[in-house]
Design a protein around this ligand. Structure first.
Ligand code: ADE
Length: 356
C-alpha cells in the first residue's frame, strides 16, 4: 500500500494528470503518519469495527470485487484515517487521501476520480463539507463508476458518460448528521468510531513509546492513557511531550511519577482537560450560573470558533459527563462543577435566576 500524500507521489500524480494540482491532496508527513498502524493486529481498539471489516475484506477478496463505499464518523483523533490506511494495506491497494474543503472546484474531484486505478481507495476527510457540485459528481461515480460530464454550451451541450475504474470511497466525518441523505445512502457501510478505554489507550501509548524508543512502565503508560480523553491522537501527542520531559528532566524513562509530573506541568488535568476545556466550563459557571448558554456566546467569549468548540472540545466533555447539551444551550453538569472544585448554585437561586 502506498499513501499518496507524500511529495514524490504528488509530483508523479501531477505529471500523470495535469488536472490534479498537487495541493488538492493534503501533505501529511507528520509524526502521526509515521506511527500509524498498518494492519489489524497493530490497530488497537474499535474491536467491533475490526471484526466486521475483516469479514468484508475477505469477502471482497474472494469475490474479486472492490470494497463497498464506507463512511466512518465520530470525534476527531479516533483513527478514521488510520483505519482507512489499514484497509488499503490489507487489500494491497493504494489510498488517495484528500479532504472536502480542498475539493472546491469541479475539476478537483474530477481530476482525482480520473486518476484512480481499479480497486484503489479514495479517502475524503470532512466529507460533510463537500459542496453540492462535487457531491453531484460523486453520485454516479459511486453508484455506477461513471463520470457524467457536460461539454459545449446550451443548445449544443452534450452529456458525456466517462467510465471510471471501480474504486472504493471512504468518507470520514465528525458530523454524520450534516451529510445529505442521497450521499449517506450511497455508502454500503456506515460506522461510528468510539472513544477508547484507558486500557486500550495504554496499549497505544506503549506501542508509540516503543516506536520512539523510549522506556515506559505500565504505570507510566496508564498515567498518560488516563489523561488522553479517550483519543489515541492525544495519547500519541502526550507520549511525545512526556518523553521530552523524561529525557531532559529525568533519567529518560517514563514511569507513573514522570508522566504525572510532566502532565501537571503541561496543565493537562486528571480528566485530560486542558486550559481551553477548563476555560469553557469556568466561563459557563462564572458568567452564566452554570448555563444553559448558547454555543455562539461561549465561542465569542473564548475567542474560539464555534466549529472548534463543537468538534474538538465538546465531544469529550459531553462523553465525560462534565457538560450537557440542552435545547436552550450548554450546561455544566454537577460532575463538571465538582471537577473544577466549584459549588453548584442552590436550587432556590437557580429557580429565580435571570439567566435561565
Ligand atoms: N495510533 C492511532 N490510532 C491507533 C490505534 N487505534 N492503534 C494503534 N496506534 C494508533
Amino acid at each position: 500500500m502506498a499513501i499518496i500524500s507524500d511529495d514524490e507521489g504528488l509530483e508523479k500524480r501531477a505529471k500523470r494528470n495535469p488536472i490534479v494540482k498537487p495541493e488538492t491532496i493534503e501533505y501529511d508527513n507528520t509524526f502521526e503518519n509515521s506511527i500509524r498502524p498498518k494492519d489489524f493486529d497493530s490497530y488497537i481498539g474499535q474491536t467491533a469495527l475490526k471484526e466486521t471489516l475483516k469479514i468484508i475484506l475477505e469477502a471482497a477478496k474472494r469475490r474479486g470485487k472492490p470494497l463497498d463505499h464506507m463512511l466512518f464518523y465520530g470525534p476527531p483523533g479516533l483513527g478514521k484515517t488510520t483505519i482507512a490506511g489499514v484497509i488499503a494495506s490489507q487489500m494491497g491497494v493504494e489510498i488517495r487521501i484528500t479532504s472536502a474543503p480542498s475539493l472546491e472546484r469541479p475539476r478537483d474531484i474530477i481530476g482525482i476520480l480520473m486518476s484512480l486505478k481499479g480497486g484503489e481507495i479514495l479517502f475524503i476527510d470532512e466529507i460533510h463539507r463537500l459542496n453540492k457540485v462535487a457531491e453531484e459528481i460523486l453520485y454516479p461515480a459511486m453508484e455506477d463508476f461513471t463520470l457524467d460530464m457536460t461539454t459545449g454550451k446550451s443548445q449544443t451541450a452534450k452529456t458525456l458518460r466517462v467510465p471510471l475504474p471501480k474504486f472504493t470511497l471512504i468518507g470520514a466525518t465528525t458530523k454524520a448528521g450534516e451529510l445529505s441523505s442521497p450521499l449517506r445512502d450511497r455508502f454500503g457501510m456506515i460506522h461510528r468510531l468510539e472513544f477508547y478505554t484507558v486500557e486500550e489507550l495504554a496499549k497505544v501509548v506503549e506501542r508509540t513509546a516503543k516506536i520512539l524508543e523510549i522506556d515506559i512502565t505500565k504505570d507510566g503508560a496508564e498515567a498518560i492513557a488516563k489523561r488522553s480523553r479517550g483519543t489515541p491522537r492525544i495519547a500519541n501527542r502526550l507520549v511525545k511531550r512526556v518523553s521530552d520531559f523524561a529525557i531532559v528532566k529525568y533519567d529518560g524513562k517514563i514511569d507513573g511519577r514522570v508522566a504525572d509530573e510532566s502532565l501537571d506541568i503541561l496543565k493537562i488535568d486528571e480528566f485530560g482537560l486542558d486550559n481551553t476545556d477548563r476555560a469553557l466550563l469556568s466561563l459557563i459557571i462564572d458568567k452564566y450560573d452554570g448555563g444553559p448558554v448558547g454555543i455562539e456566546t461561549i465561542a465569542a467569549a473564548l475567542s474560539e470558533d464555534v466549529r472548534t468548540i463543537e468538534d474538538v472540545c465538546e465531544p469529550y466533555l459531553l462523553q465525560a459527563g462534565l457538560l450537557q447539551r440542552t435545547p436552550r444551550g450548554r450546561k455544566v453538569s454537577p460532575e463538571g462543577f465538582r471537577h473544577l472544585g466549584r459549588k453548584m448554585p442552590s436550587e432556590q437561586t437557580r429557580l429565580f435566576s435571570f439567566d435561565d
